[in-house]
Each structure stands twice: as structure tokens, then as C-alpha cells.
Design a protein around this ligand. Structure first.
Ligand SMILES: [Zn+2]
Length: 205
């Protein structure tokens, strides 16, 4: 009899422990306590050329558009290549086109100065847009959970820092003819997940 009681007690304690771990993970998941942004020095950025100022009033999501999985090259090397290509005769841009970039592990990198107008290959006017680019091509690649989570936290951080209304969040393809940010990333925007998570976390602070 006491053996059964001990077993029951053990089972009860085990269930209790599982329950608390579950509650704790629910509480901790879905928060953006500290958004760590790696500075330009982390990817050996070249200094920018003279640029046009703006005030960011909306957030626009991009993918970088070339395959990236962090195996053949580091995010730092990839971002440096994007900057060098854009500043070369290929585009003659003043700096890397995006204000922030996020790699597949969810690491956030500082791009161009937030108060400068971004660049585009397409025919929308990026003035007033804060451009966030996720490394990868999400027409072809799946979107890693860590990358999506960092995107949400970075958007929350930018909405707070720059007083941006979360209802302004859109994707590149909402403005012009482009596949950017790729169907697998766009799916999490069009199903409302990104916006609802951003609003939930903004309201919880
Ligand atoms: Zn884009």
C-alpha cells in the first residue's frame, strides 16, 4: 500500500515539476527583454559615402535574396559582400541598402544609419521606410524559428525607439512587383502572426 502511495506521490511531484517548467517556458517565450544589435564593426563595414537623411515612419521587411545557411560563409562575410557589391559600380549605393540584417541564428546586425534613406533595386520610394532584411532566400529556404523570433523582437524595439506605429509594418512585395521577402517569410506576415506578436509584446510592456 505504501509503495503505491509513494508511486502516486512521485507521479504527482513529477507532474508538478513538468507543469512549472511548462508555465515558465510559456512566460519566457514571447518576450523581447534585450535586443542585442551587433555593431557595424562586427562585419568590418566600410564607411558610408555622403547620404540622404530621413526619419523612419514605417517598417518594411525584406529577405536579402541570396541563399544563406551560415555553413559556407559567415553572416559577417556575407553582409560585407552585400555592402561591397552595392557600393561598387554595380549600384553606386552610399552604403549597405538595409538598416538592419538578421542571420539564420537570429543574430541582429546594424546596417546603415537608421536616419538615412535605404536603397532598392525596385521602383518603390524607400524614404521613411526602416528596412529590415533577413539573410537567405525565402522563396527557396524555410524560415528558421530563431530568425523569425529576432525579427519580431527587432520590430518591437524599433517601434519603441523610433515611435513607429506597428500598423505600418509591411513587406517589400506590398509596395512593388517583387518576390521579396519570399513566400516562406511572407506567409508569416500575411497570416497575421508577425503583427499580432509585435502588438502583443508592445502592449505587455
Ligand atoms: Zn526587398
Amino acid at each position: 500500500m505504501s509503495v503505491i502511495r509513494n508511486d502516486l506521490f512521485f507521479l504527482f511531484m513529477k507532474s508538478l515539476a513538468i507543469y512549472f517548467v511548462f508555465v515558465l517556458s510559456v512566460v519566457l517565450y514571447g518576450q523581447c527583454d534585450s535586443v542585442r544589435i551587433l555593431p557595424r564593426e562586427a562585419w568590418n563595414a566600410l564607411p558610408p559615402k555622403p547620404f540622404k537623411n530621413h526619419v523612419p515612419v514605417r517598417i518594411t521587411i525584406h529577405h536579402e535574396g541570396t541563399f544563406f545557411d551560415g555553413v559556407k560563409e559567415t553572416a559577417e562575410a556575407h553582409i560585407s559582400t552585400v555592402q561591397k557589391w552595392g557600393m561598387s559600380e554595380a549600384r553606386n549605393w552610399v552604403d549597405i541598402p538595409y538598416h538592419f540584417l538578421i542571420d539564420n541564428k537570429g543574430r541582429i546586425f546594424e546596417g546603415r544609419n537608421v536616419f538615412t534613406v535605404g536603397e532598392t533595386n525596385t521602383d518603390y520610394n524607400p524614404e521613411g521606410h526602416l528596412l529590415i532584411s533577413l539573410l537567405g532566400n525565402f522563396e527557396e529556404q524555410e524560415l528558421p524559428a530563431a530568425q523569425l523570433e529576432s525579427l519580431i523582437c527587432l520590430i518591437v524595439d524599433c517601434c519603441k525607439k523610433f515611435s513607429i506605429d506597428p500598423d505600418t509594418i509591411k513587406c517589400h512585395r506590398d509596395f512593388t512587383e517583387t518576390l521579396c521577402p519570399g513566400k516562406n517569410l511572407y506567409a508569416r506576415y500575411s497570416d497575421g502572426y508577425i503583427l499580432s506578436e509585435v502588438k502583443k509584446r508592445l502592449n505587455s510592456k
